[in-house]
Design a protein around this ligand. Structure first.
Ligand SMILES: CC(C)(COP(=O)(O)OP(=O)(O)OC[C@H]1O[C@@H](n2cnc3c(N)ncnc32)[C@H](O)[C@@H]1OP(=O)(O)O)[C@@H](O)C(=O)NCCC(=O)NCCS
Length: 142
């Protein structure tokens, strides 16, 4: 098995990233992915991808969030590893890089995982994350 290459996302990654994000439940146009990456970077964040054998096998975004009460916090979002590559340490390597990146500007990192994603809960606990609270999320379209 070839080594993993983990780096910042580049424009040529978007078509494969589109497929990965679909596995997370997001059906995005490539132009929307490009726009979202631009916006994440404009706000001090970064998007990382993992490649093996020339194939994109995982991605994660590291973003900065600010709350009036909670202050500045790093957040790990949109983490997904291709099904055939799960359990091989790809997610761990992506999160380590996101943590390194965020560690330059924040002291705490948060992650939100859907209550149904039990595998993700165990993954984050294995990585040293502790459950803080369970929430309901509401949305209103404007
Ligand atoms: C969650 C996910 C990103 C984990 O990635 P992965 O590459 O399979 O995980 P790794 O192989 O790096 O595992 C790292 C550690 O987490 C543990 N772990 C990973 N998945 C696990 C699972 N389903 N159940 C129990 N433990 C798990 C591993 O045992 C490993 O522990 P160790 O470091 O003590 O050996 C991947 O399963 C995935 O893409 N799931 C679907 C999308 C998703 O849920 N994303 C998270 C959104 S919040």
């Amino acid at each position: 098995m070839q080594d993993l290459i983990i780096r910042s996302v580049a424009d040529g990654d978007f078509p494969e990233q589109k497929e990965l994000l679909r596995a997370l439940g997001y059906d995005l146009a490539i132009s929307s992915i490009a726009e979202n990456v631009r916006e994440i970077r404009a706000r001090g964040g970064e998007v990382f991808v993992a490649h093996r054998n020339g194939r994109l096998v995982g991605c994660v975004a590291a973003i900065i969030d600010v709350r009036l009460g909670g202050g500045i916090c790093g957040e790990i979002v949109s983490l997904v590893v291709a099904e055939s590559e799960r359990g091989l340490g790809v997610g761990k390597r992506l999160v380590q890089l996101a943590e390194q990146w965020l560690g330059q500007s924040v002291g705490v990192i948060r992650v939100r995982a859907n209550a149904t994603r039990e595998g993700a809960h165990q993954f984050y606990e294995a990585g040293g994350y502790q459950l803080e609270k369970i929430q309901k999320v509401y949305k209103k379209r404007l």
